[in-house]
Write a protein that binds this ligand. Structure first.
Ligand SMILES: [Zn+2]
Length: 190
């Protein structure tokens, strides 16, 4: 059973496949563009909203955007496998690890480390998954734009999720996760 990794195949599938303007939250729909990429659309719609007067917190929470680095950002997975399921990804629309400029790759790992600390602090998990699916064949829901999944894990949660199969069990709503992650990152030493 390859359950540990296949759930990520469902990530964004409903918004990524065929839908026009994927990744744009309803409240940020004023942005008129469409890159065809969930993640590029997400960032562009947030930037547009902020440029047109929406508060940073309102726009970023609408998009589940937790943290912006220089080259990479962290956002919530809209279809979390567990509470605290986030993604670390570059702003650049790149589909291979080897394609990342060195400073982008470095920051991606830096943000992954900070994510581990934040998840530890908030959820006190038994372990973590950090995973990169490169290409459709590997299970990437959005193959064109590299994204590192990060999530806390608990002993026995796989068995639990097997039981419920594809039914999404959300013990915590996304706005709560966003707020907790936001606060945890804000508390980290710069
Ligand atoms: Zn993209």
């Amino acid at each position: 059973m390859d359950l540990l990794w296949t759930p990520w195949r469902f990530t964004y599938v409903t918004t990524a496949d065929g839908a026009p303007r994927p990744g744009i939250p309803a409240s940020l729909a004023a942005w008129p563009g469409d890159t065809g990429c969930v993640f590029c659309n997400l960032i562009a719609s947030v930037d547009h909203a902020i440029a047109h007067g929406m508060s940073v917190d309102e726009a970023e929470s609408a998009a589940g955007l937790v943290l912006r680095g220089k080259h990479c950002f962290i956002c919530l997975n809209a279809y979390p496998y567990t509470s605290g399921h986030v993604m670390v990804l570059p702003y650049a629309h790149l589909d291979r690890l080897a394609a990342l400029p060195v400073e982008t790759a470095r920051e991606m790992m830096d943000l992954a480390q900070r994510t581990e600390q934040a998840l530890e602090q908030i959820y006190h998990p038994h372990g973590f998954n950090f995973g990169l699916n490169v290409g459709h064949a590997a299970g990437a829901g959005v193959a064109g734009h590299l994204h590192l999944h990060a999530m806390p894990r608990w002993t026995g949660d796989t068995n639990f999720m097997t039981t419920v199969a594809e039914t999404r069990v959300l013990p915590e709503d996304l706005q709560t996760t966003w707020k907790r992650m936001r606060e945890a990152f804000a508390e980290q030493p710069g």
